[in-house]
Design a protein around this ligand. Structure first.
Ligand code: 13P
Length: 242
């Protein structure tokens, strides 16, 4: 199981300080049951000690090689800073920064070239779900990734994050999440790819969600900013052996 904390545009050197020791100990304790990851803002990445046991991830990665792309962060720099993971296509990047699915695929491809594991985020809005468009939206988000990465998709992680459940306190029910995860697994035809659920995961609902057959972990936003909540969610992940 994977439990990844996405701090989004939150956090500080002090918060990092508070997390590093306890999370290193927790990953040591749960090493055979859970892969724990922290995905802080890019400015904090270089501040983690090199020996922290948990995985570090970036919230975004440039689709370009190092060069004249002011404001972007290259996959090679992320690698040098100790990252193992890079989120691509988070719904906030798609909505607020207009990232297309083609660009998301290019970013995933660039990350793979540097041996970073892309965490490809997908999800529909509430209006799309209500209109019965969920499968079409997910098909459209997946298509460029499938075309560009082909067999390399097997080296990625996919996170299903329904936009209507992100930061809203409204969680997809375990059945709703499982239905979409099973559909994604079938669609990509790669049974080894870890499928994570994201959207208002908390200590109170993590066990139920993680118990679903096709859910291999979680991508946690708000609850990952509190070490006690995050630890509880990591332990919920560790209780599921898949
Ligand atoms: P919340 O857990 O705050 O709903 O955020 C989910 C998310 O977007 C993680 O990437």
């Amino acid at each position: 199981m994977y439990v990844l904390g996405n701090w989004k545009m939150n956090g500080s050197p002090e918060l990092l300080e508070r997390f590093t020791g306890p999370l290193t100990a927790l990953q040591g304790e749960l090493s055979s049951q859970a892969h724990i990851g922290l995905i802080p803002p890019a400015g904090l990445l270089g501040k983690f000690p090199p020996n922290c046991e948990f995985m570090l991830g970036a919230q975004d990665v440039s689709e370009y090689e190092d060069g004249a792309d002011t404001g972007d962060t290259s996959a090679s720099l992320l690698k040098a800073l100790g990252c193992k993971l890079a989120l691509v296509g988070h719904s906030e990047r798609r909505q607020l920064f207009g990232e297309s699915s083609a660009r998301v695929a290019a970013k995933a491809s660039r990350a793979l070239k540097q041996k970073l594991t892309p965490v490809i985020c997908l999800g529909e809005t509430w209006e799309q779900r209500e209109a019965g468009d969920t499968w079409q939206v997910l098909t459209d988000q997946l298509a460029p990734v499938q075309q560009q990465l082909q067999g390399e998709l097997a080296r990625c992680i996919i996170a299903y994050e329904p936009v209507w459940a992100i930061g809203t306190g409204k969680t997809a029910s375990p059945e709703q999440a499982q239905e979409v995860h099973a559909w994604i697994r079938e669609k990509i035809g790669l049974h080894q790819v870890a499928l994570l659920y994201g959207g208002s995961v908390k200590p109170e609902n993590a066990d139920e969600l993680f118990a679903q057959k096709d859910i291999n972990g979680g991508l946690i936003g708000g609850a990952s900013l509190d070490i006690e909540s995050f630890e509880k969610i990591c332990r919920a992940g560790a209780r599921q052996n898949k």
